[in-house]
Design a protein around this ligand. Structure first.
Ligand code: NAD
Length: 491
């Protein structure tokens, strides 16, 4: 099935309007921008470009709903509504998955088996979590009792990236709603379609008008900055680049908004000689190239103990060369298109830089033959680079990894930590004591041992250093989306 026939027969791309106070609206300025399909470079549709006016309307609606309909709803009703959003996402899974693949260029099998089911699960998980949620209570001898009560933070701005559009948006929205807040969402400008549909899904699930608002647009001088600068927004939850996080922090400082940050990474993947190499390679191909390497958790710096370095490389290169790159709607495709022209130029410029820095390209490094249109790039493996090269140090966020040999445990720990990022890491070893010893020394918010991407939504998710501030997941999400008041009663 070719991409073109899939587009013609099955998929209706959406024109994207804002969703404010329960209604789809165009911009007051009537400004729009093109939504481009990364796999064909064709225009999928038009997106309304919001700005200060639309953010004002959305924040006003969110504030009224916060103190009105949403506040009055019992927590049992709120739980049922949140669960219902998840149910409808599952009922509309195919449609959402198609839109997600059209917008992002990622394989349809990936959208339909991971992105969209997980988006539904985010709502189911946080609805269930809310049912069992309590607070603290302490008795101070015979003098007093203390207990805390939880209340929403208020109107929260949710700003999202393009790589896992609905999955990451719902990872924020579900706990935001469960904690009783109202939301103004700014989806990534490159991937507006599933967010647009989410407005209708929330309405159909029984979410009152004004509780969930969606404003499309860009970051600077557009909807993004209008949201972060708005004096009546209480908190911002942001996922995106570290550099953008710095800009948002200074904008949010003016009204001292509460901030949650999930930022970039340059994650190490440490492979010891005593690991099971076939298992390592199978997972390392995924942790390097799934979603075109456009996952913040991808392991882009691979360190391999020297005694198995050659064997690892030979097997890793062979498996990588088998990955089919191309039409996101072809079931054989393992790697789709990169998100857009600007990003494609950036990722390929790192490959050029690697050559200039003396690297050897063992796999990929170029556009696949026969794919003249679309932002396709072969999965790329680079060796021979020094640890100080920019290609080894900077986040590329594409299907490009470097492989570096090491001799000693202390040496690889130092190299893994030699970065201003601290999001995730994978360690491969069958030595139990070494696994604990190394995991405890890696400066990252998430360390996997003999696996990658295995998630339990109750666990803390987030980065240290310049990879983030705060944690999401289970209780950690509720800590961000709630304010606690301690009530002290003298006995
Ligand atoms: P980005 O920072 O360019 O954009 C993210 C969002 O911020 C977009 O919606 C954008 O419009 C908005 N934005 C940009 N400038 C803004 C401004 N001045 N004010 C307000 N909003 C603004 O990031 P991206 O390119 O969309 O995403 C890729 C990045 O996201 C990578 O660095 C990746 O590592 C990171 N990421 C991190 C995680 C995580 O959980 N840590 C998850 C996914 C992606």
């Amino acid at each position: 099935m070719s991409l073109q026939s899939t587009l013609e027969n099955n998929v209706k791309a959406l024109d994207c309007k804002h969703f404010i106070n329960g209604q789809y609206l165009t911009s007051q300025s009537e400004k729009t921008f093109h939504n481009i399909n990364p796999a064909t470079q064709e225009v999928l549709g038009q997106v309304c470009e919001g700005g200060k006016e639309e953010i004002d309307l959305a924040v006003g609606a969110a504030r009224r709903a916060l103190n009105g309909t949403w506040k009055k709803m019992t927590s049992n009703d709120r739980i049922n509504v949140i669960r219902r959003i998840g149910d409808i996402i599952l009922e509309r899974k195919d449609e959402l998955a198609r839109l997600e693949s059209l917008d992002t260029g990622k394989p349809y099998w990936l959208s339909s088996t991971i992105d969209i089911p997980r988006a539904a699960y985010n709502f189911h998980f946080f609805a269930d979590y809310l049912r069992g949620l309590g607070t603290e209570a302490y008795q101070t001898d015979d003098v007093a009792i203390n207990y805390s009560v939880r209340r929403p933070v208020g109107v929260v701005g949710l700003i999202n990236p393009w790589n896992l559009p609905l999955l990451l948006l719902t990872w924020k929205l579900a706990p935001c709603l469960a904690a009783g807040n109202t939301a103004v969402i700014k989806p990534a400008e490159l991937t507006p379609m599933t967010a647009t549909l989410l407005g209708e899904i929330c309405r159909d699930a029984g979410v009152p008008d004004g509780v969930v608002n969606i404003v499309h647009g860009f970051g600077p001088d557009s909807a993004g900055s209008a949201l972060t600068e708005h004096p009546d927004v209480d908190a911002i939850s942001f996922t995106g680049e570290t550099t953008t996080g710095k800009v948002i922090m200074s904008a949010a400082a003016k009204s001292l908004k509460k901030l949650s940050y999930e930022l970039g990474g340059k994650n190490p993947n440490i492979i010891f000689a005593d690991s099971d190499l076939d298992e390592v390679i199978e997972t390392t191909v995924k942790s390097s190239f799934i979603n075109q390497g456009e996952v913040c958790l991808c392991g882009s710096r691979i360190y391999v103990e020297r005694t198995v370095y050659e064997e690892f490389l030979q097997k890793f290169v062979a498996k990588t060369k088998q990955l089919v790159v191309g039409d996101p709607f072809d079931p054989k495709t393992k790697v789709g298109a990169l998100i857009g022209e600007e990003h494609y130029e950036r990722v390929t410029s790192f490959i050029q830089l690697a050559k200039e820095e003396g690297g050897q390209i063992l796999a990929g490094g170029k556009r696949p033959e026969g794919l003249d249109k679309g932002y396709f790039l072969e999965p790329t493996i680079i060796t021979g680079l020094d640890r100080n090269c920019r290609v080894v140090r900077e986040e590329i966020f594409g299907p490009v990894v470097t492989v570096i040999p090491f001799d000693l445990e202390e040496e690889v720990i130092a190299q893994a930590n030699d970065t201003h990022y601290g999001l995730s890491a994978s360690i491969w070893t069958n030595d139990l004591r070494r696994a604990h010893r190394v995991a405890g020394q890696i400066e990252a918010g998430i360390v996997w041992v003999n696996t990658w991407f295995l998630r339990d939504l109750r666990t803390p998710f987030g980065g240290m250093k310049q990879s983030g501030i705060g944690r999401e997941g289970g209780m950690h999400s509720f800590e961000f989306y709630s304010e606690l008041t301690n009530i002290c009663i003298k006995l």
